[in-house]
Each structure stands twice: as structure tokens, then as C-alpha cells.
Design a protein around this ligand. Structure first.
Ligand SMILES: [Zn+2]
Length: 82
């Protein structure tokens, strides 16, 4: 991890402000969603990108019945069913 020299307090509602300069650097816009991860006792925030539940690809995702699939996995599943 690379430190950015910024320390922020968590407010009484558990919120942390991400400075605008850092949001701009990471191309985070108002309304974007962040996904939270825990790794080695650290919290990692990552811009949320829907990904295929089978292979993890984020390209051309299609949502079906609340689950995300990539075209390659859809083709592979379809081929096995036909
Ligand atoms: Zn896939």
C-alpha cells in the first residue's frame, strides 16, 4: 500500500470523507459506489464494478435475476445445456 499523507477522523455516524483531490485522482464521481474489503486487518475501498459471478470478469456484464454474468460464461453455460 502507498500512503497518501492524509489522515481523516471517522465521524459519529461512521463516515469518512475522501478528499476531492484523491477522488479526482482515482476518477471517483458523486454517486459512484465503493466496495469494501478487509485484508490483513486493513480496510480497502475499491470502485465498485459489477463482475461475473463465475469468472470475475467485468467486461460487458449482463444482469439476470439479480446475478451478473459475462458473455463468455453465458455462452459456455448455454452450450452445455443445448
Ligand atoms: Zn464469466
Amino acid at each position: 500500500m502507498k500512503p497518501v499523507g492524509i489522515v481523516r477522523q471517522i465521524d459519529s455516524l461512521g463516515r469518512v470523507l475522501i478528499p476531492k483531490s484523491l477522488r479526482n485522482t482515482l476518477d471517483l464521481k458523486d454517486g459512484d459506489s465503493l466496495e469494501l474489503f478487509i485484508e490483513d486487518n486493513n480496510i480497502i475501498l475499491r470502485k465498485y464494478q459489477p463482475a461475473c459471478i463465475i469468472c470475475g470478469s467485468a467486461k460487458n456484464i449482463v444482469t439476470f435475476k439479480g446475478h451478473n454474468f459475462c458473455p463468455d460464461c453465458v455462452r459456455e453455460i448455454s452450450a452445455k445445456l443445448l
